[in-house]
Write a protein that binds this ligand. Structure first.
Ligand code: NDP
Length: 333
């Protein structure tokens, strides 16, 4: 390991769980990579709904404080820990770790690195791992999507939604996009959505049926939860699949088993964190995504970009549904 001259850095610290403004900008020690780890000079951090939930203490896993949030980022390889090979300092990489990216430097296990196609900017690279791997698994690994098939994408202008539309179109699927505002639907259309519907359109269930020749949708990427989950079951085609990816409404959803039986529906959960340990699925997704991103067929959608000191505002804007694409924080400014 090379000795580092820098000993302190700016980073966000959460000491108690709650609303985004519990995060504070602090001077923190620069982390040193242990064996098998790599230190990155962080250029851009992709902010996910999961980061907001983690700070609130409402994520799928327990949040231990104090901690520095930030699971997904891009930056320049700075220092290699003992035993790390196959990576060079000075190269831009994307990383997917648990926490720690909302700082000028972050340390990740070498296994958490994701190679970045050269045509991506730092912000695009930071917008890539979570949304695109999740979209790929929702459509292919668990959704078994076939060309020509319909898919329904909720929160279609968000980070996962825009990734899902792009990937679905690259896979020759027909897309029904739902979102809360006309501006968001316009973005979905520019990405290729075939049918767009306001989330609160009173005729939405019928319109989904009409768009699909009366059958309903064979594949639904469900991210809102609550009463929308039941609605997704109504919109699904016989033998359709509802992939449960999120619960942005933070409301409980109810499931009547009889409803699944009557129309032979399948409900499948998807959590990227646990799928990442499936090496075969991850390798396949990485290869396919690298081809699509490398060829320019798919371009990560960078949303609003904030300085590190404005992290709490970035989190709040995401939670308040003010953002489209991937929210980015740049720790070097
Ligand atoms: P987004 O950029 O999509 O932002 C969240 C969006 O959710 C909002 O823009 C909003 O879109 C929609 N939404 C609907 N209802 C609400 C509500 N009551 N409060 C706030 N937002 C609401 O975020 P992400 O791409 O990070 O995540 C999207 C969803 O996918 C989340 O549920 C997240 O947890 C999930 N996810 C799950 C993963 C997994 O591994 N299981 C991985 C990645 C994401 P609109 O205004 O159009 O309704």
């Amino acid at each position: 390991m090379l000795p580092s001259m820098t000993t302190t850095m700016r980073g966000m610290l959460v000491e108690r769980l709650g609303a985004p403004d519990v995060m504070e900008l602090r001077d923190l020690p620069v982390p040193q990579p242990g064996p098998g780890e790599i230190r990155i000079r962080v250029e851009a951090v992709g902010i996910n709904f999961a980061d907001v939930l983690a700070v609130a203490g409402e994520y799928l896993t327990r949040t231990r404080v104090p901690y520095t949030p930030g699971m997904e980022f891009a930056g320049i390889v700075d220092v290699l820990g003992e035993g790390v090979s196959g990576v060079q300092t000075g190269v831009r990489v994307a990383g997917l770790g648990g926490t720690g990216a909302l700082a000028e430097y972050a340390v990740v296990p070498a296994a958490g690195l994701i190679p970045v196609p050269e045509n991506l900017s730092a912000a695009q690279a930071a917008a890539f791992p979570v949304s695109y791997f999740t979209a790929y698994h929702g459509l292919k690994t668990l959704g078994y999507a076939q060309p020509g098939q319909w898919v329904l994408v909720q929160a279609a202008a968000g980070a996962l939604g825009t990734a899902s539309i792009q990937l679905a179109k690259a896979m020759d699927l027909n897309v029904i996009a739902m979102a809360s505002t006309e501006e968001k639907l316009e973005l979905a259309r520019t990405l290729g959505a075939d049918v767009t519907l306001l989330q609160d359109d009173p005729d939405r269930v019928q319109k989904v049926k009409d768009a699909t020749g009366g059958r309903g949708v064979p594949l639904i990427l469900e991210v809102v939860g609550g009463k929308r989950f039941q609605e997704s079951l109504k919109m699904a085609a016989p033998r359709g699949r509802v992939i449960v990816i999120g619960n942005a409404s933070r409301e409980p959803a109810h499931l009547q088993p009889g409803e699944l039986m009557k129309r032979n529906l399948t409900v499948t959960g998807l959590w990227l964190t646990s799928l990442m340990s499936d090496q075969e699925a991850t390798r396949e997704a990485a290869q396919e995504l690298a081809k699509l991103v490398g060829s320019g067929k798919v371009t990560p959608q960078v949303g609003p970009t904030y300085a590190l000191a404005d992290s709490a505002r970035a989190f709040q804007d995401l939670m308040d549904r003010k953002t489209t694409g991937k929210v980015i924080i740049e720790p070097q400014r």
